[in-house]
Design a protein around this ligand. Structure first.
Ligand code: PLP
Length: 232
């Protein structure tokens, strides 16, 4: 984790705006004990990608509690799991539909809390993604997130809901052999963020977080580089 933090600091120095970056430790597939260990080393933000998996770990993290820990949902969320997610997590980074937004809002109201959300965007999915944006050929297309065409409408709908707060935008670019291939996607997300005035951009994982920070990421989601490779 210390080495990831040092790499983040160097990437911030190279970036144009030198904004502070939040490191989210992605603990999916790793046991609660690994989360506790990272917490004791000073880590506070944790990302999980499955409601059910985190539901199993949550009781083990409650006694003794980890004050100040922030739990973030970073995996695809089906709207029938919105209620559980609103109870378990502080932030949902993968809001991608109006239906999910409405359910999260209702659940947040029910639990008497305000939930932070990011809209997940599937970039470059439209044939007419815009002349300025011609991403390199990807070996595998990103599968989740709202389309760029849907994004402005969804952002307006989310902003109108009282119990969820739109914090920013999130993306997982399609896989390219070279991490540099992700750069146009990161740049594109930053442009959308500027258009909406949302302060946060969650982009970049173990393989490409430095590129993401150079392009303006304020949140990076790093798993393998902190906890080691996951079992298949
Ligand atoms: C697993 C995952 C990460 C972390 O991936 P690493 O390659 O282990 O850093 C980040 N974001 C999302 C959405 C993920 O599912």
């Amino acid at each position: 984790m210390a080495s990831v933090s040092a790499r983040i600091d160097r990437a911030v120095e190279r970036s144009a705006r030198k904004k502070p970056v939040t490191l989210v430790a992605v603990s999916k597939t790793h046991p609660a004990a690994a989360i506790r260990e990272a917490y004791e080393a000073g880590q506070r933000q944790f990302g999980e990608s499955r409601v059910h998996e985190f539901e199993q770990k949550r009781p083990l993290l409650a006694a003794p509690p980890l004050p100040g820990a922030v739990w973030r949902m970073i995996g695809h969320l089906q709207s029938n799991k919105a209620r559980r997610a609103a109870q378990l997590f502080d932030v949902v980074e993968t809001l991608d539909s109006r239906r999910l937004a409405v359910r999260l809002d209702a659940a947040a109201a029910e639990y008497g809390r305000r939930l932070g959300v990011f809209i997940e965007v599937k970039l470059g999915s439209e044939a007419n993604a815009g002349g300025a944006f011609s991403p390199p050929a990807a070996t595998e297309a990103a599968k989740t997130g709202c389309s760029e065409a849907e994004l402005p409408g969804l952002a307006m709908q989310v902003s109108a809901l009282p119990n969820i707060e739109l914090l920013g935008l999130m993306t997982v670019p399609p896989f390219t052999a070279d991490p540099e291939g992700a750069r146009p996607y990161f740049r594109r997300l930053r442009e959308w963020g500027e258009r909406f005035g949302t302060p946060e951009l969650s982009m970049g994982m173990s393989r490409d977080f430095e590129v993401a920070i150079e392009e303006g990421a304020t949140v990076v989601r790093v798993g393998a580089a902190i906890f080691g490779e996951r079992m298949p």
